[in-house]
Design a protein around this ligand. Structure first.
Ligand SMILES: Nc1ncnc2c1ncn2[C@@H]1O[C@H](COP(=O)(O)OP(=O)(O)OP(=O)(O)O)[C@@H](O)[C@H]1O
Ligand SMILES: [Mg+2]
Length: 173
């Protein structure tokens, strides 16, 4: 109805933000280049904050398109209301890592080995958490566990684990 009446090429009012229609304001452009730069230079954690409805999720979808073009491994977590066990299930599934054992230590080991393989292959893996304000502190800490291990003597080589975690954060002040 809208298409014919207004002469539109596509249906308006889609539920999911469409990155093709991201309007690059100065701020959006800066945020996007900041995220790209952070990923390319292996900055580790990056946090994006902004008022409700300012385009964070749309921007992230554009970033995902860019990452897919570069064949970067990505895991996009859009529902962050989960416990750490669910989170690791989700991360393994998103990165397509096979792990028959459901114990958390085995899952972590699989993930760490996989990340090390990616690093050796010169590849990058990016975890994106949308609505990251919903992560509880213990879950956030479990996500951070591996980079901490990176500092241990056994893994003394800096940035050995190829892992970037980027967290858009819906600010609801
Ligand atoms: N720069 C932009 N270009 C095109 N559309 C935009 C832009 N910014 C926001 N929008 C539109 O505004 C709506 C809200 O955007 P989006 O969901 O990305 O915001 P958000 O910052 O993630 O919001 P929230 O904090 O609620 O998660 C979407 O329909 C989106 O398409
Ligand atoms: Mg959003």
């Amino acid at each position: 109805m809208y298409k014919s009446f207004f002469g539109l090429k596509e249906n308006p009012f889609n539920v999911n933000p469409d990155p093709r229609y991201l309007f690059l304001t100065k701020q959006i452009e800066e945020a996007l280049s900041g995220l790209m730069y952070g990923i390319q230079t292996r900055k580790g954690f990056i946090t994006l904050t902004g008022e409700v409805g300012t385009g964070k999720t749309t921007l992230v979808n554009r970033l995902l398109d860019w990452l897919h073009l570069k064949r970067t491994k990505t895991a996009f977590l859009f529902n962050s209301r989960m416990n750490s066990s669910q989170l690791f299930d989700f991360i393994l599934a998103e990165f397509d890592i096979q792990c028959d054992n459901r114990s958390k230590s085995q899952q972590l080991m699989k993930l760490n080995h996989w990340l090390l393989d990616r690093y050796r292959a010169g590849e990058t893996a990016v975890l994106i958490v949308d609505e990251a304000q919903n992560l509880t502190f213990p879950v956030l800490r479990s996500v951070c566990a591996s980079p901490e291990r990176q500092q241990s003597p056994r893994y003394s080589q800096p940035r050995r684990w190829t892992r970037y975690i980027f967290i858009p954060w819906g600010y609801r002040g």
